[in-house]
Write a protein that binds this ligand. Structure first.
Ligand SMILES: [Zn+2]
Length: 438
């Protein structure tokens, strides 16, 4: 038996931790019960656009009111062009293993849609795909439900901080303040409200296990050290017209306020030794500013907030080596491969081979599906298991790891590392929690 097959057997037997998903509950599926509408919500739809599909064609292909054969005719040339990408392969694996469709084409698309509909109308289908087929023990869902409720023993949550650092509207700030008993009039009030919000949920008593920053979609990840006076001026400008009704168009919080508040959330994270998940690298959607998301821009935060722990998302792709450098350098920086195995399976394998030479093996979490639908998670976890097996097999073949050590590292990156980093033992080792009342 080859080193790869042996490692893959070991990895396939693991019930793993999933550090990042956007799962939408099946009963809330706003796009309808249709395989193309669901599978083209994100990721592969971007590859289709990249391959030349127009926005209006994408809308037509996603429209469950139109016949599936007509929609396939529109999609087919772009689908064929893109099906070899990680996104395409992840869906092909789902079609094969969940619906028995060996190849997605004009001859099978109708059957695929029927099988999809039949499966997804079965009660508990999502749980079967996640728990039994994907062998996932626990998922960090992005983001915690608002209003907060605990409904599913498979899910824990992160808490987004964009509303704290870059609020879109003062009415939102007032509402957040009111939730924790603070009237917002000054920057101090706002900082007080933000601290209370963070401490209310991230206190070890709820299923919220970490913070999340996705500001790389909107601005540079360089958070400058600004003066209180500059931040206060920006706050006052933002809040100056606070007597206007809520329907007035949102304003963008100035950079000084956003910089100040990001440092403030890191300060609270530092006080409580919290984990901060940070989006770095590739942004979803077509047309983005990649250099805003370079993880090295966060260096000043890593240096200043040494008790906080920073979990860098998406392998930082394409800043894969930069992420390795940061995790090697900083005790408080960790690598999260979520989304990575489908962005580029080869990049994920190469990155892992390289990181294992440079970075201690307890710093890497191997899997987060990053999908809003379960079929994608199934395909992604399969690719992730294959990629990690391939990377570790290479290390065994070149003599840098023993087979036993390679198996140990596989267990670490899929289970022990995320369990340790996010403090998940209390959810995994306890009896299943009964859902709290809504
Ligand atoms: Zn995500």
């Amino acid at each position: 038996m080859s080193a790869y097959t042996k490692l893959l057997d070991h990895i396939n037997a693991l019930t793993i931790i999933d550090t990042h998903e956007h799962l939408v509950p099946a009963d809330e599926r706003p796009w309808g019960l249709d395989v193309l509408a669901e599978w083209l919500q994100h990721y592969f739809s971007c590859d289709l656009i990249s391959a030349g599909m127009s926005e209006s064609e994408l809308q037509a292909v996603r429209d469950p009111q139109r016949s599936i054969t007509e929609r396939w005719r529109i999609a087919a040339p772009y689908w064929h062009a893109a099906e070899s990408t990680g996104y395409g392969r992840s869906l092909a694996l789902a079609a094969r293993d969940l619906y028995g469709i060996a190849a997605i084409n004009a001859g099978t698309i109708e059957r695929l849609n029927e099988a999809f509909k039949a499966a997804h109308t079965q009660p508990g289908h999502a749980r079967v795909v996640l728990r039994e087929k994907s062998k996932v023990a626990l998922i960090i869902r992005d983001t915690m439900p608002v209003p907060y409720r605990e409904t599913d023993d498979l899910l824990v949550y992160n808490m987004h901080t964009e509303n704290f650092t870059s609020p879109a509207h003062y009415s939102q700030m007032r509402a957040l303040g009111a939730e924790v008993g603070v009237e917002i009039h000054t920057l101090n009030d706002w900082m007080d409200a933000v601290r209370r919000q963070m401490e209310k949920y991230l206190n070890g008593q709820t299923r919220v296990v970490c913070l999340k920053c996705s500001l790389a979609y909107h601005r540079s990840l360089r958070f400058d050290k600004v003066t209180y006076a500059d931040a206060e001026r920006a706050f006052n400008e933002f809040f100056a017209d606070c007597n206007l009704p809520d329907w007035r168009p949102p304003r963008k919080a100035a950079k000084a306020l956003s910089d100040w508040m990001m440092h403030f959330t890191c300060r609270v994270a530092d006080d409580h030794k919290l984990v901060y998940q940070i989006h770095t690298g590739l942004q979803e959607g077509n047309g983005n500013v990649i250099y805003d998301s370079n993880p090295t821009l966060l260096t000043n935060l890593f240096l200043e907030y040494r008790n906080a722990r920073f979990d860098l998302f998406h392998m930082g792709y394409p800043y894969v080596m930069e992420v390795g450098n940061l995790a090697k350098n900083f005790r408080n920086v960790f690598i999260d491969m979520c989304w990575g195995h489908i962005v580029s399976p080869e990049a994920a394998r190469r990155a892992l081979v390289e990181w294992l030479d440079a970075v201690p093996a307890n710093k890497i979490s191997a899997f987060g599906g990053d999908y809003c639908f379960v079929d994608g998670i199934y395909g992604h976890q399969l690719l992730a298991r294959q990629n990690v097996a391939a990377a570790l097999a290479q290390k065994v073949s070149d003599g840098s790891l023993s087979p036993a050590r390679a198996e140990e590292i596989a267990t670490w990156v899929f289970i022990d590392n995320p369990k340790q980093l996010f403090g998940l033992a209390r959810f995994l080792d306890a009896a299943p929690a009964s859902p709290a009342p809504r």
